[in-house]
Design a protein around this ligand. Structure first.
Ligand code: AMP
Ligand code: ZN
Length: 464
């Protein structure tokens, strides 16, 4: 398998340390709000990576954290604590916020057929692990105590700039421009491992430590949790591109300081989903969530299909027009598959050929659009029986996870009420003899793969 490795800035042959086994760590969500569909694009890419590796025959050991403590609203070691901000916004405790949004995140994942990793660990459950790591880094001279806080000394790290490709001057300027300088640090690029002197009054989540009551810095959780569950060597570490610096850069620095050797060989990053204004946001403009898409009548899997149409390393711009196109193509594809004759009649002849082509698409740095194209190639192939087509598509769907061969479609509550409201609106338009409006509602639904059926008893619908 070939993967683009951010560490060396090139596509490389992937070779895990232990034959047949992949130790994979993926940074989890910060649970202070709903995930936006940009965040979820990253989790879809990671889901495809995990399932793709399994399809190729690897045993994947995957771990994910839940950031429920100590993550700031800015990447530059400044700003508010996201969890505290969420708690204040909703008048709840930090624990309540964390639980609520963790559940919401996994509900969204379920709707998008993103499989929950077997090991998911909240950051706040592993404070003793971070303390142990920090103690060792202090002993070995990688960390220092200053004004009550513990910092990592980046001048002690080997190749600190390798992952980001930045140079110290860039970082120094960046840090100086955006942050009120933390005078306790030896070097402006140093980062906090443990804070007892908080920038925030009333910090709710606090623990005792050898350096006083406080809380961990916001990078140590991923080093701690991955080390605890996957051991001191990692094969692949993933996240969105914004994680490259400072988060993953600092993870490497502290993990390699602690373990005393190279830690992770492959760093794989997903590009962002942007909206038309640029960066996707949870506070400005329309907050694009899976529920919002459902309220607007979209099947969440149409969004998954939309993501799979582009490569994970390309910036993808979200527009409703683009999503409409994906939704139509997806509905049409499902319809074509539904029409296949299910009478058992398997012809083995070309199965290997297509499965190998699918493996090649996975191995080619996760080429999801080629994977989708293969579904269409199978459907077009006149040498295959319908049953063989179904067999292959079901097989590919272990990775694509688009429910391509399931007959039944569960209608979500939000989608159901959206459709009923539209039917009601159309009935009123018809009563008012506004047939233009009635037709436009019918067409709008059809574009989303919902066909209205009028009868003497009223209007029902079918999902295409
Ligand atoms: P967070 O909940 O902020 O920790 O982010 C969760 C994941 O979403 C991280 O892996 C981020 O790198 C990723 N992410 C953040 N913004 C976007 C975006 N606009 N598009 C894709 N992934 C993103
Ligand atoms: Zn992380």
């Amino acid at each position: 398998m070939k993967l683009y490795n951010t560490l060396n800035r090139q596509v490389e042959e992937f070779v895990p340390r232990e034959e047949g086994v992949v130790r994979l760590y993926t940074c989890g969500p910060t649970v202070y709000h709903y995930a936006h569909i940009g965040n979820l694009r990253t989790y879809i890419f990671e889901d495809i990576l995990e399932k793709g590796l399994r399809y190729l025959g690897y045993d994947v050991k995957r771990v994910m954290n839940i950031t429920d403590v100590g993550h700031l609203t800015s990447d530059a070691d400044e700003g508010e604590d996201k969890m505290e901000k969420g708690a204040r916004r909703e008048g709840k405790t930090v624990h309540e916020i964390a639980q609520f949004y963790t559940d919401a995140f996994f509900k969204d994942c379920e709707k998008l057929n993103i499989q929950k990793p077997i090991t998911v660990e909240p950051a706040s459950h592993h404070i003793d692990t971070y303390i142990k790591m920090i103690e060792k880094m202090l002993q070995d001279g990688y960390a220092y105590i200053s004004d009550g806080n513990v910092y990592f000394d980046i001048s002690k790290a080997k190749d600190y700039y390798q992952l980001s490709g930045k140079n110290p001057e860039d970082l120094y300027v960046g840090v100086r421009e955006t942050v009120e300088e933390d005078k306790s640090k030896r070097n402006p690029g140093d980062f906090g491992l443990w804070f007892t002197v908080s920038k925030f009054s009333n910090q709710e989540m606090k623990w005792d430590s050898p350096w006083g009551v406080g809380y961990p810095g916001w990078h140590i959780e991923c080093s701690g949790i991955s080390g605890k569950y996957l051991g001191e060597y990692l094969d692949i570490h993933c996240g969105g591109v914004d994680n490259i610096f400072p988060h993953h850069t600092n993870e490497i620095a502290q993990s390699e300081a602690y373990f005393g050797h190279k830690w992770c060989n492959y760093w794989v990053h997903g590009e962002h989903l942007n909206d038309q204004s640029g960066k996707m946001s949870k506070s400005n403009g329309e907050f694009l969530t899976v529920s919002l898409l459902e309220e607007k009548g979209y099947d969440p899997l149409a969004y998954r299909y939309f993501c799979l149409g582009s490569h994970y390393r390309k910036v993808l711009t979200f527009t409703y027009e683009a999503l409409d196109q994906a939704a139509q193509a997806y509905a049409k594809l499902k319809k074509r598959i539904e029409k296949l004759d299910r009478t058992p009649d398997l012809k083995e002849g070309k199965i290997d050929f297509y499965q190998n082509a699918f493996k090649e698409a996975i191995s080619n740095d996760l080429n999801t659009s080629s994977m989708l194209t293969l579904v269409y190639d199978v459907l077009k192939d006149e040498e295959l029986t319908d049953f063989t087509k179904l067999y292959l598509i079901e097989d590919f769907d272990k990775v694509l996870s688009l429910d391509l061969t399931s007959d039944e479609k569960e209608v979500d509550q939000d989608l159901e009420s959206y459709i009923q409201n539209k039917i009601e609106e159309r009935n009123i338009a018809k009563q008012n003899k506004d047939y233009e409006k009635a037709d436009s509602i019918r067409d709008e639904l059809l574009e989303k793969g919902i066909r209205l059926i009028d009868s003497r008893d009223g209007t029902t619908y079918e999902l295409l």
